[in-house]
Design a protein around this ligand. Sequence first.
Ligand SMILES: [Zn+2]
Length: 108
Amino acid sequence: MDKKVQKQMFIVKSPCYKCKEMFNVALVNEEVGTGQIYGPEEFTKEEMRLAEEHGVLIKEQFSATRQESYYANTCPNCGVFVGQHFLFTEYFCEASYGGCEYETIDLA
Ligand SMILES: [Zn+2]
């Protein structure tokens, strides 16, 4: 069993862009080594639980542009949330290039 492709959850510790407090943001890299990621709105129940266990606050948010609610990483201090686009540019890329502290959890 040589499984090359692995799914990993990233827990990225980064200062909030609004209040500057550090908080944890969760995202899943669908295939290690690629830029294929998804955020809490596509998390399974298990992934949701895992993220919360690692101190990530995931809350339902309402997007005015999309006219629908979805789950997003939320700052526990000021309540601002991280949109899908920022998840990639501000968190995944930062972590990939060693620009911030993060941990990874292997998913099945
Ligand atoms: Zn904040």
